[in-house]
Design a protein around this ligand. Structure first.
Ligand SMILES: Cc1cc2nc3c(=O)[nH]c(=O)nc-3n(C[C@H](O)[C@H](O)[C@H](O)COP(=O)(O)OP(=O)(O)OC[C@H]3O[C@@H](n4cnc5c(N)ncnc54)[C@H](O)[C@@H]3O)c2cc1C
Ligand code: FES
Ligand code: FES
Length: 459
C-alpha cells in the first residue's frame, strides 16, 4: 500500500487511526509496555526476517518497503492461532488489553531464527507488561507455544502455516516484497531519526509534524565487519544485530548475558548504536560498553568528508558532544578482545529488565604474567557524561593483578566520579554502586582469584 501520510507520524497512529486496526493497543506510548507490538518483515538476501517492535515510538517512514503485521494480520480464518489458543487455554488473559501484544510477540518468536527454547521465548516477551494476570498463566502459555516449536528443527513458513502459527498469505510475502518497487521517500533536512526509541519518547509531538530525516535505511551506516582484529560497527546497527552476530558472540562469550540487561527485545530490535551514543545519556548502556572497548568513532559530513576521534573525547558536558550540524556518526571501531584480555559489563537498576541503570560500568583488561598490561574502565550514572575513567585506567596499567591494586584503583575511581542525588538514588548510594560494580568486574572475570569479601573487608 502507499500513503501520503507524514513519515514522522508514529506507526501506531497510522495503524489505529488511518487503517482502523484497533487490535494494536495504546498503553504508555513510551516503549515500556508493548501493548502496541507489531512485527516488521524485511527481505534480507532473498529471505524475509521478522522482528517485533513497539509501534508507538517507531516512525511510519521506517516501515517503507516492509511487511507490517498487526494482531489482525496474524488471524486465521476460522480458528485461533497457536499463540492465541495457548493464551486462551492457560487463562493468560483477563482484561485482555495486553493480550494482542503478547500474541504478536509470541508469533514473532515462532517466525524468528532464534533457538526455540523457553528462555528465548521469555526474551521475546520481555517488553510485554500485563497488569492483571501475575504472569504465571502467561508463562504457561509460553511453555505451550515452545512445546510445539522445540522439537521441530526447521520452522519453515509452510510448517508454521500447517501448525496454525501464521495464516496462509505469509507464503506470498517474500514474492510481494521483491516485486515492490519502493520509491525513495522524500527526506527533507530535519532531525535525524534512526530507530526513534529515544526521540519518540522525548519529543513525539514535535516529530509527528516537523521535518524528520530518517536514516535507519542508509546502507553506509549499516553492517558489522571484523578484519585484522578490528571490529567496525555501522551506527545503524541495532543491539539485536550485535546479539545475533555469531563471531562476536564467540569472541565475547557473555555478550548475550550483557545485552539482556539492555531494554527489551522489541526495543533492542530498533535501538541503534548511533542513537545510543548521540543521545549522550550519562547511563547509556551501549555507550559505556563501547567506551571500555576504547572505541573510535568515525563522523561523516554532508560532503562525505570523514573524521575519526576517540569515543572518550566525544563528550564535552551534559548532553553536549563533538558533532556539528548535519554531521552523522558513521561507525564505531575497536580492537577485539584477545585470549589474554577480558571484557565485562555490569548494570544495577531498580528492576532487572526493561529499566535504565542507576549505575553501569564496563571494563576491558589485558593480563600478561599476572601483570595488567592494558585497562580501560568506563562508568555511567556518576557524572554529567558517560565516563571513561582515565586516571583509574592509567593507574591499573603495569600493576600486578592483586586485591591491593584493585582497592587502590577504587580510591582513584572514587575521586574521578561526581554523582548527584536523583530519582535513581542518592549520591552516596551511587558511589557505593560504583565501588561494588568495579569490584564485581574482578570477581566475575577472575572468580578463582577474588571474592567480593577480599575487597569489601578492606574498602
Ligand atoms: C522502553 C525503553 C527502554 C530503553 N532501555 C534502554 C536501556 O536499557 N539501555 C539504554 O542504553 N538505552 C535504553 N533505551 C534508550 C534507547 O533505546 C537507546 O538509547 C537507543 O540506542 C537509541 O537509538 P535509536 O536508534 O532509537 O535513537 P533515535 O531515537 O533515533 O535517536 C537518538 C538521537 O541520536 C541521533 N542519532 C541517531 N543516529 C545518529 C547517527 N548515526 N548520527 C548522528 N546522530 C544520530 C538522533 O538525531 C537523536 O538525537 C530505552 C528506550 C526505551 C524507549
Ligand atoms: S504503547 Fe506502551 S510500548 Fe507502545
Ligand atoms: S490481562 Fe489485563 S493487562 Fe494483561
Amino acid at each position: 500500500m502507499t500513503t501520503s501520510d507524514h513519515s514522522g507520524m508514529t506507526l501506531l497512529d497510522f495503524v489505529r487511526y488511518e487503517q482502523r486496526l484497533t487490535g494494536t493497543k495504546i498503553g504508555c506510548r513510551e516503549g515500556d509496555c508493548a501493548a502496541c507490538t507489531v512485527l516488521v518483515g524485511e527481505l534480507k538476501n532473498n529471505t524475509i526476517e521478522y522482528l517485533s517492535i513497539t509501534s508507538c515510538i517507531s516512525p511510519l517512514g521506517n516501515a517503507h518497503g516492509k511487511h507490517i503485521v498487526t494482531v489482525e494480520g496474524t488471524n486465521l480464518k476460522n480458528k485461533l492461532t497457536t499463540a492465541q489458543e495457548a493464551m486462551k487455554a492457560n487463562y493468560a488473559t483477563q482484561c485482555g488489553f495486553c493480550t494482542p501484544g503478547f500474541v504478536v510477540s509470541l508469533t514473532g518468536f515462532a517466525l524468528s531464527n532464534s533457538e526455540k527454547n523457553y528462555s528465548n521465548a521469555l526474551d521475546a516477551i520481555s517488553g510485554n507488561i500485563c497488569r492483571c494476570t501475575g504472569y504465571k498463566a502467561i508463562e504457561k502459555a509460553v511453555h505451550q507455544v515452545v512445546e510445539k516449536l522445540e522439537h521441530q528443527e526447521n520452522q519453515s513458513f509452510n510448517w508454521l502455516i500447517e501448525n496454525g502459527f501464521i495464516p496462509e498469505y505469509f507464503k506470498d510475502i517474500p514474492k510481494r516484497l521483491k516485486a515492490l518497487k519502493a520509491k525513495d521517500i522524500n527526506q527533507p533536512k530535519g532531525k535525524y531519526v534512526s530507530g526513534g526509541t529515544d526521540l519518540y519518547v522525548q519529543q513525539a509531538d514535535n516529530l509527528i509534524d516537523s521535518a524528520v530525516h530518517l536514516i535507519a535505511e542508509k546502507d553506509y551506516l549499516k553492517g558489522i565487519s571484523i578484519e585484522n582484529g578490528i571490529c567496525t560497527i555501522g551506527t545503524n546497527s541495532t543491539v539485536s544485530d550485535l546479539w545475533n552476530h555469531t563471531e562476536l558472540n564467540a569472541i565475547l562469550p557473555n555478550l548475550k548475558k550483557h545485552l539482556k540487561l539492555v531494554s527489551s527485545e522489541q526495543i533492542r530490535n530498533m535501538a541503534s548504536f548511533g542513537g545510543n551514543l548521540v543521545n549522550a545519556s550519562p547511563i547509556g548502556d551501549m555507550t559505556i560498553f563501547f567506551l571500555a572497548l576504547n572505541s573510535d568513532i568515525t563522523i561523516i559530513n554532508e560532503d562525505n568528508k570523514e573524521r575519526t576521534i576517540a569515543l572518550k573525547d566525544f563528550y564535552k558536558g551534559y548532553k553536549t558532544y563533538d558533532l556539528k550540524d548535519q554531521e552523522l556518526l558513521k561507525n564505531i571501531s575497536f580492537k577485539l578482545p584477545t585470549k589474554a584480555s577480558y571484557f565485562n559489563f555490569e548494570k544495577v537498576c531498580k528492576r532487572t529488565h526493561l529499566d535504565i541503570a542507576s549505575v553501569n560500568s564496563a571494563i576491558h583488561i589485558s593480563i600478561e604474567n599476572n601483570i595488567i598490561s592494558e585497562a580501560h574502565v568506563s562508568i555511567g550514572g556518576v557524572a554529567a557524561i558517560p565516563k571513561y575513567l582515565h586516571k583509574t585506567s592509567t593507574f591499573l596499567k603495569g600493576k600486578p593483578l592483586t586485591s591491593e591494586t584493585i582497592l587502590e584503583a577504587n580510591d582513584i575511581l572514587q575521586h574521578e566520579i561526581s554523582p548527584i542525588s536523583d530519582v535513581r538514588g542518592s549520591s552516596d548510594y551511587k558511589r557505593l554502586l560504583g565501588r561494588q560494580l568495579f569490584f564485581a568486574h574482578f570477581t566475575e572475570l577472575f572468580p578463582k582469584t577474588f571474592t567480593l569479601n577480599d575487597f569489601v573487608q578492606h574498602a
